[in-house]
Design a protein around this ligand. Structure first.
Ligand SMILES: [Zn+2]
Ligand SMILES: [Zn+2]
Ligand SMILES: [Zn+2]
Length: 451
């Protein structure tokens, strides 16, 4: 019979905690609760017809009472603890989820910032190029850049990304264009387990749109050109020249002065956008490192992957006669991102070697899940792009959650349970049903037991 003491477990546990100083768990009466399962095993045995001496029965009874007392002591301790708002602190898993959900929005918005910068730069060149262009710009005082407004689809849609199947939609008043997925090969695709917004995706070989050779029956392109989308980003134009600047420009007498103010305003906007773009990239780099440091499965740089997808799409656009500004800036962004990840990785590595050599036992982790939360909040506060990031993030995580709930749906086969002799537990889709007999029985076992 077990003695109600930690026994052999204690030295092992002490050693484990000594090795992991960053895990702050004290070993005391408040953290150690000893129960045993002897009495439970006795109950099982007695129901199977095994006979016991009265002495044994008494011992098991004592053991049961002790376990009950320990359990109650544990509940009392928990009851007396100061409530902790679990929602305020992100778990490692939540942090990972947040980062993965932000990957696409951050890449999309960075790309959009690049496009906006290119639009403004074009206008700056335009205004100095000819008297005519100058007059046109000063008359209208209109330089439209675009915000991204995400619009969710209620279900995944299989679209084709081939240059022959998308439309390069010219953004009005600019030289930039946007890719529209106009070929909806399976409008409402019921396929599960497909990672949205990226391709190639082998799961899409099973999409209803594909024929026996995995070519699309709708557009005739191969499966690997197709992807699932769960939301679309609409472009919302806004004028760089706001009312205050308009008034200022109009108050100037000579065209020369007007042009000066106009260019100054555009220049300021480019600077602000570039600064935000750098901030976004710096956060993305830190996210990448966090994932790498906390990865259970092999590390996979999802931002890098998604940037590659965007670059592939832009290449098609350039081949189809579009300009290569966005393509070049995306390539530059990927280069910068990769470099910064490398630099930070090296510094993280150096720091951890330093820590080990110091052997101070003080473990300074690079980023904790709450830091991730702070970084996300700092993104939401960005003046030019914060709201767009937040809207995109909300929609992206909502659609992912919706997909997840379809993906994790499992079929409950009542017949199978009956066949295997397991009585149907009181499980309903909403959780445990208290009125169910088996639950009541389970609860009644937990009373101090005498005979
Ligand atoms: Zn499909
Ligand atoms: Zn297709
Ligand atoms: Zn196609």
């Amino acid at each position: 019979m077990t003695i109600h003491r930690p026994g052999d477990t204690l030295p092992t546990l002490t050693e484990l905690l000594n090795e992991n100083k960053d895990v702050n768990i004290e070993l005391s009466r408040h953290t150690i609760y000893c129960m045993d399962n002897e009495s439970f095993r006795f109950l099982c045995a007695i129901h199977n017809g095994i006979k016991f001496e009265q002495d044994d029965k008494h011992n098991f009874s004592v053991s049961w009472d002790k376990s009950v007392a320990e359990t109650n002591r544990l509940f009392e301790h928990i009851d007396g603890l100061k409530p902790h708002k679990t929602r305020d602190s992100l778990s490692l898993n939540d942090a990972r989820k947040v980062i993965l959900n932000l990957t696409k929005p951050l890449a999309d918005i960075s790309k959009n910032v690049q496009t906006n910068i290119a639009i403004i730069n074009d206008k700056m060149i335009e205004i100095t190029s000819s008297k005519e262009a100058q007059k046109g710009l000063l008359d209208k005082l209109y330089v439209p850049i675009n915000d991204l407004m995400p619009v969710g689809l209620n279900y995944p849609r299989t679209v084709c990304t081939s240059s022959t199947c998308v439309k390069y939609h010219k953004i009005p008043e600019t030289n930039a264009s946007k890719i529209d997925y106009i070929t909806h090969c399976h409008k409402h695709c019921g396929l599960t387990g497909v990672k949205p917004e990226t391709y190639p995706n082998p799961e899409l070989q099973h999409c209803a749109a594909m024929d026996a050779n995995y070519n699309c029956e709708v557009c005739r392109c191969s499966w690997d050109k197709h992807m699932h989308i769960t939301y679309e980003n609409k472009l919302v134009p806004k004028n760089v020249i706001n009312q205050t600047t308009r008034d200022l420009i109009n108050s100037k007498k000579s065209d020369e002065e007007k042009v000066k103010v106009f260019i100054e305003e555009l220049d300021n906007k480019v600077k602000a956008l570039k600064q935000e773009e750098e901030q976004i990239r710096s956060v993305a780099v830190q996210f990448g490192i966090f994932l790498k440091m906390n990865a259970i499965c092999p590390y996979n740089d999802s931002l890098k992957d998604y940037l590659m997808v965007l670059i592939g799409l832009e290449k098609d656009k350039v081949n189809a006669g579009g300009n290569d500004k966005t393509l070049n800036s995306l390539k530059a962004m990927l280069d910068k991102y990769t470099q910064e990840v490398k630099v930070l990785e090296r510094s993280v590595l150096e720091q951890s070697i330093l820590e080990q050599s110091m052997a101070s036992g003080e473990h300074v982790s690079v980023l904790c899940p709450d830091d991730i939360n702070k970084l996300v909040q700092s993104l939401y506060k960005l003046k030019e792009n914060g709201k767009q990031i937040q809207d995109n993030m909300n929609l992206c995580s909502a659609s992912k959650a919706r997909m997840q709930s379809t993906y994790t749906e499992t079929y409950y086969n009542a017949r199978q349970y009956k066949r295997s002799g397991i009585t149907t537990p009181g499980y309903r889709s909403g959780g445990y049903n208290e009125s169910d007999k088996s639950v009541k029985q389970a609860r009644s076992i937990f009373k101090p037991w005498k005979w």
